[in-house]
Design a protein around this ligand. Structure first.
Ligand code: SF4
Length: 230
């Protein structure tokens, strides 16, 4: 859940950069710059060793887009293509997200895209690097970057793509199957809407279920676009 214990409540109600780590282990909080701009955050995050994920990843994949932005999209973690490119949502999931943006009338250049965790986590399967889900320690260690991005981008609406992003802000009781498409508020008033992660749609084996999830993603993004315009 959004962890305000890691810092002060700032202008938009999210933790400030001057946060304290509650345990002795490192986290992204140890690497936050004094000044919060996207440029300073991106530069600082490129050197982050706040958890072990940096060791086997190619590079930090920080968020992309303008600040401020009315809409901010948060996924789970970079995939292999994102790890290679250093940009979020450039692989197959990014292609589906682009289709959903087009269907919803959202200009990708006008929104901010990021992930809950900024380094690619993977397991070797033969010669391939297979995506692995970040654990709660890694999500917590990386949260200072996400909170700093939210504070800097100051979105009117956050769209969580998938359960990992939604649970990191809304808590572990959040269920994407039950609460997808609902407009929810964080304690600080920040509006959040959650929908399917494009990767989970692409991984769904049943064609009918995949079609339904895709329609729901498009529907949710249209609702997000309408909310951002009002
Ligand atoms: S995943 Fe996050 S906390 Fe861990 S090393 Fe990468 S940027 Fe730092």
């Amino acid at each position: 859940m959004l962890d305000s214990s890691r810092g002060q409540v700032g202008k938009h109600g999210v933790a400030s950069a001057a946060s304290e780590v509650s345990d002795k282990r490192l986290s992204a909080a140890d690497y936050l710059p004094a000044e919060l701009t996207l440029e300073s955050l991106r530069t600082a995050a490129s050197k982050c060793e706040g958890c072990d994920l940096y060791v086997r990843a190619t590079q930090t994949v920080f968020g992309s887009g303008p600040a401020p932005a009315a809409l901010m999209f948060i996924g789970e973690a970079p995939g292999e293509k994102e790890d290679d490119a250093g940009q979020p949502f450039v692989g197959p999931a990014g292609k589906l997200l682009d289709d959903a943006f087009t269907a919803a009338g959202i200009n990708r250049n006008e929104v901010y895209l990021t992930n809950t965790v900024k380094h690619f986590k993977w397991e070797p399967v033969g010669k391939r690097r297979l995506h692995a889900k970040p654990n709660s320690r890694e999500i917590s260690a990386c949260q200072p970057w996400l909170l700093a991005e939210i504070q800097t981008v100051a979105p009117k609406l956050i769209v969580c793509l998938g359960a990992t992003a939604a649970q990191s802000l809304l808590g572990h009781k959040f269920r994407i199957t039950r609460q997808r498409g609902q407009l929810l508020a964080l304690p600080n008033g920040q509006q959040v809407l959650s929908t399917w992660h494009p990767s989970s749609i692409l991984r769904t084996p049943d064609a009918d279920a995949r079609q339904r999830m895709q329609e729901e993603l498009f529907l949710d993004l249209r609702a997000a676009a309408t909310f951002a315009r009002e």
